[in-house]
Design a binder for this molecule. Structure first.
Ligand SMILES: [Zn+2]
Length: 275
């Protein structure tokens, strides 16, 4: 699943191609992709809208249009491509936005898990998909105090909290493992057991790992690629994710893989003690 850095890369790719384009017509080939409003209303409201800007909040892409904001979550395998109208439709194309200049923005999704919503341009962040998202993982938005308040009294594993989009927006399975390794915190530790110094390290690791991953264009595994088909390079920096049984880069101990919060979880048993 693309996480914040990969979605940011997709956003940057689309930003080079789309602002200023007018949506002439929308064809929804798989209506379940459209969460709200109904697919026919979605198509009707989009006709004639100009794409003014493209943004991101957590793992959501935001297309700022003349009167609306189109909110898109790629979930497992969603992708956008910009093609000329004479390019044959690829398999798994579910939504086609016909643009001026004989171009089309096409949404492809092998698993069909992705979702799109259309909301008002006035207060887009009040849409149910966005309203409860936690802060972005940046130094100006995230601080120890917020993380500390969130974790106190929570019995869930710290990894489950990192995956909870109401603590911080944009972290998924790969970066949760990398952040906890960087902060030297065992992934199944109960959230409330973290001491103030653990929380300070954790907050710092969230900010630095996500920043590095954004600057690398994200991590390329399996099918993720940005709008151009380029891809990120952060996979070369992964310290624990996908490194089951390999030597820890810090201490040489073998990386272990366990299940935490129903997700495959990688950690170093020496660098990340259970307490
Ligand atoms: Zn280690």
């Amino acid at each position: 699943m693309p996480e914040l850095p990969e979605v940011e890369n997709v956003k940057n790719g689309l930003l080079d191609l789309l602002p200023g384009k007018v949506i002439k017509e929308v064809q929804v080939l798989w209506p379940n992709i459209i969460k709200d409003p109904a697919a026919n209303i979605f198509s009707r409201q989009l006709a004639g809208q100009t794409i003014e800007n493209i943004g991101r909040r957590g793992k959501f892409l935001l297309f700022y249009l003349s009167d609306y904001v189109l909110i898109s979550h790629l979930r497992m395998e969603g992708k956008f491509r910009v093609e000329t109208t004479d390019t044959p439709l690829a398999r798994h194309t579910h939504v086609v936005f016909k643009l001026n200049g004989e171009e089309e923005l096409r949404y492809l999704d092998v698993r069909k898990f992705g979702k799109m919503s259309l909301t008002s341009r006035v207060r887009p962040f009040e849409h149910p998909s966005l309203v409860s998202l936690g802060p972005e993982p940046t130094a100006d938005k995230l601080n120890d105090k917020w993380v500390s308040q969130f974790l106190q009294n929570r019995k869930r594993a710290i990894k489950a909290c990192l995956l909870d989009q109401t603590l911080v927006a944009g972290i998924g399975n790969i970066y949760a493992d990398e952040i906890l390794f960087d902060a030297r915190i065992h992934p199944s530790r109960p959230a409330y057991s973290l001491k103030q110094e653990d929380i300070s390290r954790l907050t710092k690791s969230i900010i630095t790992i996500m920043d590095k991953a954004v600057k690398s264009g994200g991590t390329t595994i399996r099918t993720y690629a940005n709008a151009y088909g380029d891809s990120g390079t952060y996979q070369h920096n992964l310290k624990v994710y996908g490194r089951d049984q390999a030597a820890c880069t810090r201490c040489g101990t073998r990386i272990e893989k366990i299940k935490v919060a129903q997700r495959g979880t990688h950690f170093c048993p020496l660098c990340q003690p259970a307490e």
